[in-house]
Design a protein around this ligand. Structure first.
Ligand code: ACM
Length: 261
């Protein structure tokens, strides 16, 4: 089974969901042939909030969201699925979330488990275990940005049987995740799509360089540091379900967990 994957790199405006929808329209139009489209972290709201109060003001309830309605309309029109980062209001709580959206609306949600730096003042840490979703025969999971530094999560999703990990991001440490992602793809023999953002908000500059890595650890698509662009790649389950590193080494069956901790 092979599907077409796209990642969208763009520059969200802080606190302006209508502008973000307008910026995404032409990019999503370019990506409409893809079966699965991945957008950056916090794509509805931007990232660098002054404080929790401002983050709350710029958040949305996913059940009553212009941004979700826009993406569900796009997915319905193009018969595809979108993964997006989302500033999620849940009552009076905030989560740095990722949503899976198709023409029927939201079909999946993950809340960032490992909060980065000042996110700890704003969001609650995620309280949902990463799940496996499926589209057109391809199984995928979600991680968000700084989750990248915890190898346990990549491995946990790979052991659950995903072919692909979608990784909405707002990366600010230049080049670091871009080194780790192909290695995690190789070590778990999965595809990884890191959809990063561009631009500067206050003292933070986001580093672009979105990448897609394949199960051999090759970077099969990469974006520039600062421009808005769409990357495409094929995801082939024959490659992601072959867990043999050599003819005699299955990367999961050869594990010796009884020696690890
Ligand atoms: C990050 O987790 N947004 C760096």
């Amino acid at each position: 089974m092979t599907i077409k994957l796209a990642t969208v790199q763009f520059c969200p405006a802080l606190g302006d969901v209508k502008k973000n929808i307008a910026s995404l329209k032409p990019l999503l139009d370019k990506a409409k042939e893809a079966d699965l489209v991945v957008l950056p972290e916090l794509a509805n709201s931007g990232y660098n909030f002054r404080d929790r109060k401002q983050a709350l003001e710029f958040s949305e309830d996913p059940q009553n969201s212009l941004f979700v309605d826009f993406l569900a309309g796009y997915a319905a029109a193009n018969n595809n699925t979108v993964v997006t980062g989302f500033n999620e209001r849940a009552g009076n709580d905030l989560y740095n979330s990722a949503l899976v959206i198709n023409g029927n609306g939201i079909i999946g949600k993950y809340r960032k488990i490992h909060l980065f730096w000042n996110e700890k003042d704003i969001f609650l840490p995620g309280d949902l275990k990463p799940e496996v979703y499926e589209t057109a025969g391809v199984r995928f999971g979600l991680l968000i940005c700084f989750d990248w530094i915890f190898p346990e999560l990549w491995r946990a999703l790979a052991l659950k049987g995903v072919d692909l990990i979608c990784h909405p991001s707002n990366l600010v440490l230049p080049g670091k995740a871009q080194k780790a992602v192909p290695v995690q793809a190789m070590m778990n023999r999965v595809y990884i799509a890191t959809a990063n953002r561009t631009g500067t908000e206050g003292n933070l500059t986001f580093t672009g360089n979105s990448i897609i890595a394949d199960p051999e650890g090759n970077v099969i698509a990469s974006a520039s540091p600062a421009s808005e662009e769409v990357l495409f790649a094929d995801v082939d389950t024959e490659k992601s379900r072959n867990k043999m590193a050599t003819p005699r080494n299955h990367i999961f069956n050869d594990r010796r967990p009884e020696f690890y901790f």
